[in-house]
Design a protein around this ligand. Structure first.
Ligand SMILES: *Cc1c(COP(=O)(O)O)cnc(C)c1O
Length: 463
């Protein structure tokens, strides 16, 4: 058909609105229904002009409008199923909260709370009071406070201790943390001037010492969280930096990145320095994320010497960086789990997934395989293969965790199409294409998700 004829045969909004399947959408706000219809017609018009469609029926348009309307009416921020095997996937929301943390959020968010009210004295209190003691108890620090995320924590620390002054940092530690955010750029926003010393692979104590002058504000150590420099390398230890800092009366700040409270090497993972160790070595200030290895909500935790933390609490910037009550609730509940390390490992989903033994993973993969096979076994090759999971979240970049994945090779649908359909489910499933197979890593799956995955695959393969 001619474009002109096609265009003129596009139905009017009112006509679509009166179709029974659309007019029966009583629970959806009218403006959403109208937007959905208009956008659907616009899409058709565009496709006709581009020549990508040359025929359609009224039913086609109604069907597409229904899909669009339902999509517009559903939450844009959705729960997804993480079948990638990357435990702390920044794009998929990093840490999943423990049950007690979720309960705390619901409890605090749905009613009033003592967020900034001192119940003992009956007067105004501090929002940091709910977690400061716990952080100190777990890490051994004198004082602590919490802000929006670790980037904010670094910024607040520098703004308080180094504004208009120089922060000395090793060239081997100038990190980019994903989404093209660079730690050095964030740091400069604080008003501190970065002075880079040493080389990419080697920085010596004398490099720091040579850079010290009357305008030095802090010495900064940044943990190489998402990369490693291997081979001919040299980094200066916290102990040495502290000695130097003390000699010149300059505070030493460490951005440790992922806040690990548990020595994970006990569980067979790569050793990562813990927050407790830094404090024990006498660091002045240490900052870390709440939603990486710690397994809590997005937050930036600052712990260290009281004289410095007190100064930060008075910085006007805290008002802009302050954390919400839901975050405090989740953080307090998460921190409480660390009072007993074995409880933390069991209750915090990320830690549990990272410490899963390979036999459990194997058993789970067999269970999922059986479920999927019974539904779509005639439409694809399906097998269990040995693979590797990642820690993610800028932690333990070299760690390859042995795992088992379900590998599916469909007969009648391409992997790209399957991937797209999985992403567009009501509960999207994020899997991984490797060579000619779609991989589902069971490490990051919750058991109740096996049924959802099985049914979703069945529906996709039925279409
Ligand atoms: C992840 C990371 C950050 C940023 O932490 P956010 O909590 O995401 O703001 C900063 N520094 C290091 C070394 C990191 O690994």
């Amino acid at each position: 058909m001619e474009n002109k004829t096609l265009l003129s045969s596009l139905p009017k909004v009112d006509v679509i609105l009166n179709d029974k399947s659309i007019s029966s959408l009583k629970d959806i706000p009218r403006s959403i229904v109208l937007d959905g219809i208009r956008e659907t017609i616009d899409d058709y018009r565009k496709n006709i002009l581009e020549g990508s469609i040359n025929s359609f029926t009224f039913e086609d348009i109604v069907k597409d409008a229904l899909i669009k309307i339902k999509k517009k009416n559903s939450m844009h921020l959705k729960r997804v199923i993480n079948a990638t095997g990357t435990v702390l996937h920044t794009n998929l929301g990093r840490a999943v909260l423990a049950k007690s943390a979720i309960d705390a959020v619901v409890n605090i968010a749905s009613r009033y709370s003592n967020l900034e009210f001192d119940l003992e004295k009956g007067e105004r209190g501090s929002r940091y009071s709910h977690v400061e003691e716990l952080i100190c108890k777990i890490t051994g620090a004198e004082a602590a406070m919490v802000v929006n995320n670790n980037a904010a924590a670094v910024m607040l620390a520098l703004s308080t201790l180094c504004k208009g002054k120089e922060a000395i940092v090793s060239r081997g530690q100038l990190v980019e943390i994903g989404g093209s955010f660079r730690v050095p750029a964030v740091m400069e926003q604080s008003g501190a001037k970065l002075v880079e010393v040493g080389t990419t692979n080697r920085t010596h104590l004398y490099d720091y010492e040579n850079a010290i002058n009357e305008n030095t504000g802090v010495i900064l150590k940044v943990h190489q969280s998402n990369y490693k420099i291997l081979g001919f390398t040299e980094e200066v230890s916290i102990e040495e930096l502290m000695k130097l800092g003390n000699r010149y009366n300059i505070p030493v700040i460490e951005d440790i990145g992922s806040g690990v409270f548990v020595d994970m090497s006990k569980y067979g993972l790569t050793y990562e320095p813990t927050v407790q160790e830094s404090i024990k070595k006498g660091i002045d200030v240490v900052t870390f994320s709440g939603d990486k290895m710690l397994g809590g909500p997005q937050a930036g935790i600052i712990a260290g010497k009281k004289k410095y933390i007190d100064k930060m609490k008075k910085n006007q910037l805290t008002r802009a960086l302050r954390i919400d009550k839901m975050t405090i609730a989740a953080l307090e509940a998460t921190l409480r789990l660390y009072i007993d390390e074995s409880v933390a490992i069991k209750e915090i989903p990320g830690l549990r997934m990272l410490t899963l033994d390979i036999e459990t993973i194997k058993r789970n993969s067999k269970k999922l395989l059986k479920m999927i096979k019974s539904k779509i076994g005639d439409r694809c090759d399906i097998e269990i293969i040995k693979e590797y999971s990642q820690v993610g979240g800028g932690a333990m970049p070299l760690e390859n965790l042995e795992t088992y994945v379900i590998a599916i090779k469909p007969y009648n649908i391409s992997l790209e199409e399957l991937d797209c359909k999985l992403r567009n489910l009501e509960i999207p499933i994020i899997a991984r294409i490797y060579k000619d197979k779609m991989l589902f890593d069971v490490r990051t799956l919750f058991e109740e998700e096996y049924r959802i995955i099985t049914d979703s695959l069945y529906n996709i393969f039925q279409e």
